[in-house]
Ligand binder design. Sequence first.
Ligand code: A3P
Length: 302
Amino acid sequence: MNPELMEKLAEEIQKVGFKTGQIQGILFPQSTCDIWDQIYNFQAREDDILVATFPKAGTTWMQEIVDLIMLNGDVERSMRAPCFVKVPFIEINPRPLPSVESANAMKSPRLLKTHLPIQLVPPSFWEKNVKVIYVARNAKDCMVSYYHFQRMNKSLPDPGTWEEYFSAYLAGNVPWGSWFDHVIGWWKARDKQQILYVFYEDMIEDPKREIRKVSTFLDKDLTEEVLDTICHHTSFDSMKDNPMANYSVLPSFVFDHSISPFMRKGKVGDWMNHFLVEQNIIFDEEYKKRMEGSRLSFRNKL
Ligand code: A3P
């Protein structure tokens, strides 16, 4: 990143630190709350594509896949810029990072990212009937991944101990709120809007099948060869080594990969290495209560 941008970013992060605020009872970085009106009034365009997720569900993975689908598998062009520059994160703010303003200035077709729960998505996305790809990941792996991410991401609050984090996550007291409300909210909306609901576990099980599904949804007819190229370039190992996808270009005062790398494990079932037996019982009870009647089911292992 250029030194001027880095300096600005450092200034912003020091200024806002990891303070949080709330929007409709949901926790967000204070910096997001500060410009909420601007975010909510964001003007979507008909040919936008939105990747939506609860944090740590595989957002970056899907961004890279969609970018390559739009580029017919042109790997060189997909490496034109870091993922967070190519794909503005509409509700993030410290300003030097691409968010609303850079999205406004971007030429169409745009690929955008959000972690917003469905009820907070700027209405223009629905007015313009924008295609959305929602990636959902099982709650236990999401929790573990988010815990490590909050440890290394200096613009988010410190997660505290694993025990503390476990309770906070279950209660929805983490940035972007409750995993349960998020996945259920988007699930219920999927037939009313152009939403493709994809599961991280399915992507791990058969990435080519899921990439094909996404390309069909986007009306892109890709050859087997192109699908294979996309599959290869978006594998965990390729992305881990790709500086444009692994966030290594961000300075360590933003993402400290020595605490935990952004491309950490990329597995289904890592929660088993973290959850205590007692925590698993508490979690499963809460899960049963919260998911009852939703007809939404997740795989915690493959
Ligand atoms: P882990 O922390 O479990 O490893 P997000 O992009 O939404 O922040 O999600 C990050 C999570 O997705 C991390 O999970 C990361 O390793 C995983 N991930 C990113 N790219 C991946 C890929 N190509 N294959 C599998 N997992 C991937």
